[in-house]
Write a protein that binds this ligand. Structure first.
Ligand SMILES: Nc1ncnc2c1ncn2[C@@H]1O[C@H](COP(=O)(O)OP(=O)(O)OP(=O)(O)O)[C@@H](O)[C@H]1O
Ligand SMILES: [Mg+2]
Length: 290
């Protein structure tokens, strides 16, 4: 079994050396060495196929620290969604272990997966009900979560009355309603136009940051975000993990020590993206035609 790639969360020193921030600031610090919020150890996954089993993920060691934001990059079909499904507990690994702190991780997809017959507010209340929140507390909490994703006033709106970006905001609010400490996101903004996507990047970083403020309680929120888009990964992540294909293995990872807020067009984001794109290209061409 390979050594888990978990490396310790940011230290106070690394934050202290960051420039004075325009809020929101970089990854919040909780403790120098705390157990990971999510950990995959020696995880492999095979699917049965007529010609024999297909090994999709091979010996994955990945640990996400409390409050960490990790982006997972890789070519189409390399196993990113499979890895997220294992992390979410909706599928079982063929080998290895998956563990997460707190309630089951929340999962958010490219498609909003909201119930169209319910209003935005009721979609969120359903998640609260499943979590066991008492009836009288559900509506105020749903309204609070809608406010958090800047959708005040959308409580009574039905899904078809909302734009694509608004639907993904509701989906984010619903994911947050689960009060999980790990949020798994599978290309959640891939279907949106570039401007809406850019806005939602800002919103997601703001929400993640607010959730991790000490004032928000002892709970942290870690994010594992799957994308094909290198710039998106560098704009959002404190760490970017590149998966190789066939079988999916961790090829490389980068710590992104850039302060927030970041912009897609920032020179530092562009520079880091270039380096990572070159590696991604190598990974894709290594498997092209194989
Ligand atoms: N339930 C399943 N049964 C059989 N094969 C599967 C199953 N789920 C995934 N696979 C196979 O596993 C491989 C990885 O699929 P996965 O969806 O995880 O890739 P991905 O990296 O998310 O791709 P994309 O970027 O296109 O979303 C593919 O070859 C796919 O066909
Ligand atoms: Mg996928």
């Amino acid at each position: 079994m390979s050594r888990p790639v978990y490396d310790s969360p940011r230290t106070a020193k690394s934050l202290a050396t960051a420039e004075a921030p325009p809020a929101p600031q970089a990854v919040p610090v909780r403790a120098a060495a705390v157990p990971p919020a999510l950990e995959l150890r020696g995880v492999s996954k095979s699917f049965g196929h007529p010609g024999g089993d297909q090994l999709v993920l091979d010996d994955i060691g990945l640990a996400v620290a409390p409050g960490e934001f990790v982006c997972l990059l890789g070519a189409s079909g390399c196993g990113k969604s499979t890895l997220l499904g294992l992390a979410a507990g909706i599928d079982e690994p063929s080998a290895g272990t998956v563990s997460a702190v707190g309630p089951r991780p929340a999962l958010m997809f490219q498609e909003h997966a909201l119930f169209p017959w319910l209003t935005a507010g009721k979609n969120i209340e359903l998640a609260l009900r499943l979590r066991g929140v008492p009836r009288r507390e559900r509506r105020p909490e749903a309204e609070r979560l809608l406010g958090l994703v800047r959708l005040n006033g959308a409580y009574g709106k039905r899904v078809h009355e909302l734009s694509g970006g608004m639907r993904q905001r509701v989906a984010l609010a619903r994911a947050l309603a689960q009060a999980s400490q790990v949020l798994l996101m599978d290309e959640p903004f891939a279907a949106l136009d570039a401007i809406t996507r850019d806005l939602l990047h800002d919103e997601l970083i703001r929400v993640w940051h607010e959730w991790n403020q000490p004032a928000g309680g002892a709970r942290s929120l870690s994010v594992l975000f799957v994308t094909h888009n290198v710039r998106e990964a560098v704009r959002l992540g404190g760490r970017v993990v590149l998966l190789a294909s066939r079988p999916g293995r961790i090829a490389r990872q980068w710590r992104i020590d850039l302060t927030y807020p970041r912009r897609l067009e920032d020179e530092a984001v562009a520079e880091k993206s270039k380096e990572i794109t070159e590696e991604l290209r190598k990974e894709i061409s290594r498997h092209a035609g194989s």
